[in-house]
Design a protein around this ligand. Structure first.
Ligand code: NAP
Length: 461
């Protein structure tokens, strides 16, 4: 009889893999992990979110590949939670479930005109150029001259950088073919990054900002006098600003001091401005903004406050990049405001507001803590969840298989005619994509349609 613990992990992004890895590090526990993903491809945002020109960041998948080699690990791709499998199914087959599904939606600005043609979320654009099957059919009008990216986080920088890079630079990446072709024909001349607060409060990180000093096809500038900090910001910079913030200011000063050299494109950093309205006949034509000033709050933070000073700019394309947002999952509580599943150290709360906890359900990654941090942040996050789970099992004296009353999940998937993809199948697809890429001197050529992916897997098996 199999006396191992059986854990289901829903979502194969960094948090899911770090959780699986932590289970396998527990020498005194015999644990089997089944990981499910709705796509045939694993790795979540590492494949679908990390920018194509950031291949080094993607090399983190080597760690996930090693975890997947553990004989107690199985991957079930192309299996969607909520349609192919439901929460009650999982609770009948597994001792516990970890939901690590990330934050697949995004925050809206809530301003008039946001739904006009030409106004998009950064999530859509990022998914499109990265070949996420959900976004491959999106269309972006790159024949316009002025693009605006609202937000000053790393995703906003990714979007602005991809718009600013030359086709030659992009061709060396694993950006999808259709995006490369569309960007090759791009007529965009001005890319504006709009931050509601000042440079000191920007959410991006220095290594990502530094890349803007090295764009062969775009001049970069800081608009207005926003680097002349107000007295509160100056004091913060001198007394308690983080190393990253100080570096950001140094780089922005370098950008500001650099000469414009008549390159084809221009990136504008516009701080202390908030969008008020997007307007146009049938599509985006103008963006109205208001100048902000920073006002100190009771907790010492500096928040933006609108002044009387309004700005209006011609705009053809607008991307809001003001944060991702989690989506609710059936049969689980959900906090609408934070877009997360309420939990205590990763253990799911029984209801949205109460304090009682579920013994068999846990969360890790962005759906647990919200969309913050870099890929590595998910390691400590997942480790916390795994140990919370193990401690709960010990405290509650739960035995392996105690609540499990059905045979292997494969029986259920087969009875439902779900065409699941194993990790070995994914490796076939991976080899196909990388070989196709290498033939063109590129890291990989991504397949973006699930039908095509399954077809290639069937052929190569
Ligand atoms: P983020 O870092 O949270 O940045 C969100 C930005 O949107 C902030 O500048 C924020 O300004 C602004 N914002 C929020 N609400 C707004 C509103 N109503 N109006 C105007 N601006 C608003 O989010 P993100 O860029 O989506 O990134 C998510 C996470 O992924 C971050 O931890 C990021 O570092 C990480 N990431 C890392 C990389 C990398 O390492 N290369 C790449 C991409 C993403 P306030 O500060 O004023 O709220």
């Amino acid at each position: 009889m199999d006396t191992s613990w059986k854990i289901a992990v829903i979502g194969s992004g960094p948090a899911g893999f770090y959780a699986a890895g932590e289970f396998f590090r527990q020498k005194s526990w015999d644990i089997k992990v089944d990981m499910f993903d709705r796509l045939p491809t694993p790795f979540g945002l590492v494949r679908g979110g990390v920018a194509p020109d950031h291949q080094k960041i993607k090399s983190v998948t080597k760690i996930y590949n090693r975890i997947a080699e553990n004989p107690n690990f199985r991957f079930f791709g192309n299996v969607e939670f909520g349609s192919d499998l439901h929460q009650p199914d999982l609770l009948k087959h597994y001792d516990a479930v970890i939901y690590s599904v990330g934050s697949s939606s995004d925050r809206a600005l809530g301003i008039p005109g946001e739904d006009l043609n030409g106004s998009h979320s950064a999530t859509e654009f990022v998914g499109w150029y990265n070949g996420h099957p959900d976004f491959r059919d999106h269309k972006f009008d790159l024949s316009v001259k002025n693009a605006f990216v609202i937000g000053m986080g790393n995703v906003a920088l990714d979007v602005a950088r991809i718009l600013a890079k030359t086709p030659e630079e992009l061709a060396a990446t694993d950006i999808t073919d259709y995006a490369l072709e569309a960007l090759r024909k791009s007529q965009i001349e001005n890319i504006w990054l709009v931050g509601r607060r000042g440079p000191l409060q920007a959410a991006f990180t220095p290594s990502e900002l530094r890349e803007f000093l090295e764009l062969p096809g775009a001049d970069v500038m800081v608009e207005g006098n926003s680097l002349e900090l107000d007295s509160e910001s100056r004091e913060i910079l001198e007394t308690k600003a983080s190393k990253d913030t100080k570096k950001n200011i140094e780089i922005l000063e370098q950008i500001s001091a650099s000469k414009l050299s008549g390159k084809k494109k221009r990136v504008h950093f516009l701080f202390l401005a908030s969008p008020l309205e997007i307007s146009g006949e049938a599509k985006v034509e103008k963006l109205s903004m208001v100048r902000n000033q920073l006002v100190k709050q009771a907790d010492g933070s500096l928040r933006p406050q609108a002044t009387e000073n309004k700005i209006e700019e011609d705009a053809g394309l607008i991307f809001r990049s003001i944060g991702y947002l989690g989506k609710p999952l059936a049969d689980l509580p959900f906090d609408q405001k934070s877009g997360t599943i309420p939990n205590e150290c990763g253990q799911v709360k029984d209801t949205e507001s109460g304090n009682s906890l579920r013994h068999c359900e846990y969360v890790a990654g962005w759906i647990k803590r919200g969309p913050s941090g870099v890929i590595g942040t998910n390691k400590q996050d997942a480790v916390e969840t795994v140990h919370r789970l193990l401690e709960t099992f010990l405290a509650e004296k739960i035995e392996p298989g105690q609540n499990v009353d059905l045979p292997d999940i494969v029986t259920l998937l087969e009875s439902r005619k779900v065409e699941y993809v194993s990790f070995a199948d994914w490796k076939l697809l991976d080899a196909y994509e990388t070989e196709a890429g290498q033939a063109q001197g590129r890291p990989r050529l991504k397949l973006t349609s699930i039908t095509e992916m399954l077809e290639i897997i069937r052929q190569k098996r």
